[in-house]
Design a protein around this ligand. Sequence first.
Ligand SMILES: [Zn+2]
Length: 439
Amino acid sequence: MKDDKLFLEIKSALKNIEIFDTHEHLMYESERRTKKLDFFMAFYFYTSTSLVSSGMKLKEMEKLQDPCISLKNKWDIVSPYWDFLRSTMDFKVISIVANDIFGVEKINLESIVEITEKINETKRVEHYKNILKERSKISFVVNDIDNFGEFGVKKIVPDEDYFLPVIRLDRLMNANSAESIEKIEEENNININSLANLIELIDNIFEQRKGRIYALKTAIAYCRDLFFEDVSFSDAEKCFIKILKLNNYTNRRNDSISLDEIRPFQDFIYHYLIKKALDNDLPIQIHTGIIDGNANDIRNTNPAHLTNLLLKYKNAVFDIFHIGYPFTDELIAMVKMFPNCFVNMCWIPHFSKYLYKQSLNLFMDILPSNKIFGFGGDYLFVEGTYAAQKIAREAIAEVIYERVLNKDISIDDGINFTERILNKNAEHVYLKKESAESA
Ligand SMILES: [Zn+2]
């Protein structure tokens, strides 16, 4: 039996709770203003994966991301597959964005023209302030965009008090060719002749960005498994020298060593990065579980591979992304065991609301509430973040409502729990604010 009054009371109490957003890839607004945008910007990540999974050719998908192709052509590409997505969260997110932000009810050729016009109008106003701060009530965003280009040593980050940058050195760990080493040398104006040079570069990157970064991030599970062996400097160096030797043959500039072969080097570097994170008091964000795109090996992403790191670095804070899904059960057991291991629900609200609710219920039964980070949109476009927080708030309200109805918790307990997972836990870990327990 549904108690509508109780549900509305809980929903409206949770509506105004501020969110500390633990993970996004949002481009800065100044950059967004210079870009040609259209309705299909909503198809980067996630929806593109679903469309290709449903049968769309990759080449067609690429056309959707080309700003020079007409909306009519793009709609012709999408429409044969669109209906297959109707029950999915991809569809739900796009509907929320169309309805709530652009006042459009149905998605069709006519309405995507209208939405595109409205999207371009937002380039003239304070769109981010409106969407993130006012409508989504997001107080901070931990933003992972720094490393899409250069390492960001020289880059000025606008609005650094709101978009908290992370440091991500995956490209450095994946440097397995003469070309990739040369690129690192050029960007940083250095010569790399030994592993010691590379370590020095890492030290410099951390030094130059001291006090201006909020986490160490890796998404290396897109390229390999997450078991990082404790490798000695000399074993790592032997491996790194193989990469440097490629440099000796100019006609072999494009040659590379397989990522498998450079494992000892990667393992060593990742341990080194963790030590740097510890020295700099930075939480360590690790991508685990679900993977975007249409070809990869999900077995690599099991968070259980991280066990040796959790055992070794007891004082670190490991923020484990995407609830490790489909390995969520393993992750729950790990978060329960290890004081240094936290679960992060980023990407999950709009991956599956059902999964978000089901996982939250398990977390509430099993985990202390200070071990859960409840929100990260993991979006490139700000409207997606709005939709994700709307879905997350609804999902949490539904879970809390059930528990209040069953007299497992009081409304106040539910509000306190929500404040922790959406805000206080992240403020505590990322901004070193007062402990959540004192709330
Ligand atoms: Zn991400």
